[in-house]
Ligand binder design. Structure first.
Ligand SMILES: N[C@@H](CCC(=O)N[C@@H](CS)C(=O)NCC(=O)O)C(=O)O
Length: 231
């Protein structure tokens, strides 16, 4: 059984950085599955077009292709029922759906302005031009302007994590005693930032920092092994 995962990379194919691809990477590891990486860049739309997607992750499993990190998680749960569950049942899956939206909007959306200029600097010329043009159109200002007040704005982002911080007071993971897909949803965003940017999102005394450390160590330190860039 060989699985393949299209993952977003920049100039270095060994540094996949998409938050959504990291969700899928962690989900695969949770299921005890490994997938061969198919490094993919923003301007390589033709490579994933046959799989009816313009975005990654895209998972290939034998004759099937599955796009979108949430759909991939559901697919893995259904296709590999005898392996550790990503959701712990229907209720867990329903609640993870809300965490998925929170992860997309509040966590990824919260972090994005801080690292957007760093992302551009990790891309080759064609991707950097595409990324800058599309994201500057979205923000209506230059990437450098977007990131310019990050030292101040990060305080608000840290406060926005209070619901998670309070949860971690009474349980070690969002999934309970052990991590599950809810944890990987949020972790994917932190790993995205960690891979592309030296910017400090969390302080060492934050329970969310300790939680992130544990997930960096999970699966034999899989996420921690991904190299980082010096400040
Ligand atoms: N909802 C999708 C979002 C996937 C997504 O936005 N992927 C980005 C990489 S982080 C992408 O492929 N973007 C292509 C582009 O911007 O052209 C998921 O959860 O997989």
């Amino acid at each position: 059984m060989t699985l393949h995962l299209f993952e977003l990379v920049g100039t270095d194919a060994a540094r996949p950085f998409s938050p959504f691809c990291w969700r899928s990477r962690m989900a695969l590891a949770h299921k005890g599955l490994s997938a061969k990486s198919l490094p993919w860049r923003f301007t390589e739309k033709a490579a994933i077009a046959p799989h009816r997607s313009e975005k990654v992750p895209v998972l290939l499993d034998r004759d099937k292709s599955v796009a979108d990190s949430w759909t991939i998680a559901l697919y893995l749960e259904d296709a590999y029922p005898d392996r550790p569950s990503l959701f712990g049942g229907e209720g867990g899956q329903a609640m993870a759906r809300m965490i998925n939206w929170w992860g997309d909007i509040a966590v990824i959306g919260g972090i994005f302005p801080f690292i957007v200029a760093d992302i551009a600097s990790r891309l080759g010329p064609a991707d950097a031009a595409y990324f800058r043009e599309s994201r500057e159109a979205r923000f209506k200002k230059s990437l450098e302007e977007v990131a310019s007040d990050r030292d101040r704005a990060v305080e608000g982002f840290r406060r926005s994590l209070d619901p998670m911080r309070l949860t971690l007071r009474t349980q070690p993971y969002l999934g309970g005693e052990t991590p599950n897909y809810a944890d990987y949803i949020v972790f994917g965003a932190f790993q995205w930032a960690r891979v592309v940017s030296p910017f400090k999102l969390l302080t060492e005394n934050d329970p969310v920092y300790a939680w992130r450390e544990k997930l960096l160590d999970a699966f034999d330190g899989m996420a921690r092994k991904s190299p980082t860039y010096p400040a």
